[in-house]
Design a protein around this ligand. Structure first.
Ligand code: PBG
Ligand code: ZN
Length: 326
């Protein structure tokens, strides 16, 4: 009778722990936060577990609670009350960045998402032309660079453009450097796909495109899921323009892209476990068909296996508990 070969290293918790190659830890997580100007009380984001549209007050409480859970890195989405089509006012979001910095000093690492979709009447990530059928690149980049500069001046450690316009990383880097902000990082959403997994986010950020406009989706600026080569070109270009951190988004449906790009481009890679992905795992849990601790730990392990250095997850605030329960 033949003896064991590979099963010997699977036999008990001790040998399984010793032979493990991937170990997600809470320190590599970034927690998204939404702060919404128009609210008097915070609201839950539909579909997600313990994720909120915060008021400025509740935002500070949430960050304090997250720090207790070992989470100290954040990605902030500001949602202003006033929507317009140009000449945006970024002061609400800038003020929230300044407040978090003032309250928590260097105890938090704060990235600010840079986009226009929470500020526009139509929900697109840039400035739309008069005919309502095209997002103008040049005008959008100028407006994005202005926002990034204001967020950096307010105290963000990092600015994270999520709009997918051409040339915005270079424009942002130039603005930051000219203002003496050469220590502010840029995390580029460099491989951001035109995905159906963004549903809960668009409710949270008040940014669903298509209201009163011909252009109903983001296909003319986000990457087609069937074009991995476009994701490579976009990431390579953003690295050349000065991005410090690159990103693949969504995560689970694009693990192949993450593995390929992280092997080909030697930059720190982030992966964004999107709102739709987290909601899917939450629905499995609520249907009694899985445990959220286990399926999230499994997804996070897959991200690291595929080459991510850091994970942006709506469940970052539970990572410590969930990972230690597995
Ligand atoms: C838009 C933006 C999106 C996300 C961050 N910024 C998605 C989109 O609407 O295109 C991520 C969404 C998620 O977590 O689902 N600038
Ligand atoms: Zn956007």
């Amino acid at each position: 009778m033949a003896g064991l070969s590979l099963r010997r290293t699977r036999l008990n918790p001790a040998i399984r722990e010793l032979t493990r190659e991937i170990r997600p830890v809470v320190g590599q997580f970034i927690q998204p936060l939404f702060v919404v100007e128009s609210l008097s009380e915070r609201e839950a984001v539909p579909g997600l577990n313990d994720v909120w549209r915060d008021t400025p007050e509740s935002l500070v409480q949430q960050v304090r609670a997250d720090l207790q859970k070992g989470v100290s890195k954040f990605l902030l989405f500001g949602v202003p009350a006033e929507k317009t089509t140009a000449n945006f006012d970024h002061s609400f979001t800038a003020a929230q960045i300044a407040r978090v910095r003032q309250e928590f000093s260097d105890d938090v690492w704060l990235a600010a998402d840079v986009c226009l979709c929470s500020s526009t009447t139509h929900g697109h990530c840039g400035i739309v032309n008069e005919q309502g059928d095209y997002v103008d690149n040049e005008d959008s980049v100028a407006a994005l660079a202005t926002a990034a500069l204001q967020y950096a001046q307010a105290g963000a450690d990092c600015v994270a453009p999520s709009d997918m316009m051409d040339g915005r990383v270079a424009a942002i880097r130039t603005q930051l450097d000219n203002a003496g902000l050469d220590r502010t990082l840029i995390m580029s959403y460099s491989a951001k796909f035109h995905s159906g997994f963004y549903g809960p986010f668009r409710v949270a950020a008040d940014s669903a495109p298509g209201d009163n406009i011909k252009l109903t989706d983001r296909a003319s600026y986000q990457i087609d899921p069937a074009r991995p080569s476009d994701a490579f070109l976009s990431s390579q270009r953003d690295a050349e323009e000065g991005a410090d951190i690159l990103m693949v988004k969504p995560g689970m449906p694009y693990l192949d892209v993450l593995a390929d790009l992280s092997a080909r481009i030697a930059k720190p890679w982030a992966v964004y476990q999107t709102s739709g992905e987290s909601a899917a795992l939450e629905l499995l849990t609520q249907a009694g068909l899985a445990r959220r601790e286990r399926i999230n730990a499994e997804a996070w392990t897959a991200f690291l296996r595929a080459g991510a250095a850091m994970i942006i997850s709506y469940d970052a605030r539970h990572a410590h508990d969930w990972l230690s329960s597995e």
